[in-house]
Design a binder for this molecule. Structure first.
Ligand SMILES: *Cc1c(COP(=O)(O)O)cnc(C)c1O
Length: 340
């Protein structure tokens, strides 16, 4: 019954997983942090959990791991953000696997029989050991993260560094090794056993030239709540940043920055109705956005598209001056999620 909704194409998501597996030949650690990039874990994860191509899930923190267990996930769950004091009990109770990337994480796990992965910093400069990688019988995975997958030279340097660590690290042969995120897939890292992918599963291309034929899986729509004619000289929205230069027809759409429509789209973005672009007039507000609908046969109750398979979150984010990750994880709970 929501006035805005996110349509999730279940078949497209499952097909994307198959395509990623076909391309890489590696099992997938599905990254579903931040409520599956805003799409909604309770909608996405039940689609992913039964797929053979998916070996594990990854989330940012212990809280998110617990949420996954509560909705019925039985596969391994990696906690990318390590483990802090006070979280060990939950790790054990919910069988979560932390990725250790700081001596303090190790300290927290002292005397605990909890398996973990280790993160090596080969150039990301965020999480991960730079050297002195702990050797420990509990280690069952080793990872690194590419900071600039679009930069081949730097990425190759990171990969060589990681390979150097791997050679020195005598772990057990069944350890999982994972490096590639969605954009990183292009490197087909020969020594990795898994890929660690988020964005591409949701059908958004991380690079302009992307060799994996993924399918857009998301549509974001909202209803028109008013249509009217504005006379020449009439301003639109807060701050009067738009003034009608002639008589125009406008529609008010029930979507604003509280739903996830970035305010930077004020006066420059557009929404879509039956493939027609409806320019955004004036400031995007919390719950509503005004668009121009001259010559468009549109009425109250009609659904307008913000994102569709031809105009993806990647495209919307580019118009808004940001990245699809940020737009998607700002989709609010008010946006109804519908599986199609
Ligand atoms: C978020 C994240 C990923 C997934 O990245 P995508 O670009 O969405 O595929 C992989 N690894 C780490 C460490 C991450 O934080």
């Amino acid at each position: 019954m929501g006035r805005s909704r996110l349509k999730i194409n279940a078949e497209a998501i499952k097909e994307n997983v198959r395509k990623i597996y076909e391309f890489t030949g590696k099992k997938i650690i599905a990254v579903v942090k931040s409520n599956a990039y805003g799409v909604g874990i309770e909608f996405v994860v039940p689609l992913l959990e039964p797929l053979e191509e998916i070996d594990a899930f990854a989330v940012a923190c212990v809280e998110e791991g617990i949420e996954l267990r509560k909705i019925g996930v039985r596969k391994e769950i990696l906690i990318l953000g390590g483990v802090l004091k006070g979280e060990v009990k939950a790790l054990k109770e919910f069988h979560l696997t932390p990725v250790v990337s700081d001596p303090e994480h190790l300290k927290v796990l002292e005397d605990e029989n909890i398996p973990f992965h280790i993160n090596v910093d080969t150039g990301m400069g965020r999480l991960g050991f730079l050297e002195d990688i702990p050797k420990d019988p509990r280690v069952k995975g080793l990872m690194t993260h590419l900071s600039s997958p679009a930069d081949r030279e730097f990425s190759m340097r990171q990969l060589r560094k990681f390979e150097g660590f791997l050679k020195k690290f005598i772990g057990n042969s069944r350890m999982s090794i994972h490096v590639e995120s969605s954009a990183g897939l292009i490197y087909k890292v020969p020594f990795a056993t898994h890929v660690r992918v988020g964005l591409a599963i949701y059908g958004e291309k991380p690079l302009k030239e992307y060799p994996v034929d993924i399918k857009p899986a998301l549509s974001f729509e909202a209803q028109v709540i008013s249509v009217k004619r504005l006379p020449k000289g009439h301003p639109v929205s807060y701050g009067r940043t738009f003034v009608a230069q002639r008589d125009i027809r406008t529609a008010v759409v029930a979507v604003g920055y509280a739903d996830g429509l970035m305010k930077t789209l004020s006066n420059r973005g557009y929404l879509l109705f039956k493939n027609k672009k409806l320019p955004i007039l004036g400031a995007v507000t919390m719950d509503m956005t005004v668009v121009q609908v001259d010559g468009v046969n549109i009425k109250v109750g009609d659904w307008v598209e913000i994102v569709n398979p031809k105009r993806t979150f990647v495209d919307l984010a580019r118009d808004a001056g940001t990245i699809p990750y940020e737009v998607m994880c700002n989709l609010s709970p008010r946006v109804e999620r519908v599986i199609v």
